[in-house]
Design a protein around this ligand. Structure first.
Ligand SMILES: Nc1ncnc2c1ncn2[C@@H]1O[C@H](COP(=O)(O)OP(=O)(O)OP(=O)(O)O)[C@@H](O)[C@H]1O
Length: 276
């Protein structure tokens, strides 16, 4: 791929990369994969040569102790580390290396959305939170905008709670509702891939369970990659789990294998709670 990609990562309607990842002799369609991804903050190599493939319409959890490089990996996938770290290696998405310098990052983020640990709604109404970026991208058709607001809020399992008061400030919602609003805001852009960095860790158990239910529904339409410290959450919701330790991917497999019969002693120790 060449420099003419600058400003033109217009992939709407194009097919996903046909890269196939082989696991247990089954073939799976891959939404995104990394090759030799290495991230350094100055002299600190926080992530070493990570090769991971993410299956389409599945949830993959990234687990590991604090400082093991999970968030560094996740943030690199939509180029959040560009200003603070050196990111080497490839991030392949639909046949393009989106870690290449000539990729339009703004355009790429429409395809790969991010939700953070703390809900960060804009100080605007519920509906404006969803329509803001769409309007910035030139969509002003009121009926179309209203339709997207409704669909996104329904997909994020928030519609029933807010449908009668869409003009209310987003900041008046509970933390759990705000996080589902932020998810609705992300999916309003119709991304392929949703990256979530501990999206439920700041929430109470009931709100956290609602986020989990929401993610299980969303995986019908999106490929989801989530960082979590919560082992039960990883085993409940994810299809695949990658275990990180001191900047390396130690083991990556089907979630049920990681939690019932991991192959590497470090993984056994971590999932059994022997360190963390
Ligand atoms: N912005 C940054 N500047 C400098 N060093 C950083 C930065 N972000 C992370 N690091 C370092 O990179 C390493 C990996 O951190 P990272 O946040 O990716 O780990 P993590 O597994 O996500 O941890 P946690 O679960 O605590 O969020 C750590 O040594 C951390 O101090």
């Amino acid at each position: 791929m060449t420099a003419n990609l600058q400003g033109s990562l217009n992939l709407t309607g194009s097919q996903p990369d046909r890269h196939i990842y082989q696991m247990d002799n089954d073939k799976h369609e891959i939404a995104l994969y990394t090759k030799d991804l290495q991230v350094s903050y100055g002299n600190n190599v926080a992530l070493k040569n990570a090769d991971l493939s993410f299956e389409r319409f599945k949830i993959t959890s990234l687990i590991g102790a604090s400082g093991s490089g999970k968030s560094t990996f996740l943030r690199s996938l939509n180029r959040m580390n560009d200003d603070v770290a050196t990111v080497d290696g490839q991030i392949m998405y639909r046949g393009l290396d989106i870690n290449s310098h000539d990729i339009d990052v703004y355009e790429m983020r429409k395809h790969i959305g991010m939700v953070f640990q703390r809900p960060n709604p804009f100080a605007k109404s519920i509906s404006d939170n969803i329509t803001f970026a769409l309007k910035q991208h030139g969509l002003h058709d009121k009926a179309k905008l209203a339709e997207i607001v409704e669909t996104s809020l329904k997909q994020a399992a928030l519609w029933d709670e807010v449908k009668d008061d869409l003009k209310k400030s987003a900041l008046s919602l509970s933390g759990g509702q705000q996080q589902r609003l932020v998810i609705a805001r992300a999916i309003a852009m119709k991304p392929d891939i949703l990256l979530l960095d501990e999206p439920a860790s700041a929430l109470d158990p009931i709100s956290s369970a609602k986020i989990e239910d929401t993610l299980m529904e969303l995986k019908k339409h999106y490929t989801i990659i989530i960082v979590t410290h919560n082992m039960q959450q990883a085993s409940r919701i994810s299809d695949y789990t990658a275990f990180f330790h001191t900047g390396e991917v130690v083991e990556y497999d089907l979630t049920r294998k990681i939690f019932t019969r991991p192959k590497v002693q470090l993984t056994i120790d971590y999932v059994n709670g022997n360190f963390g």
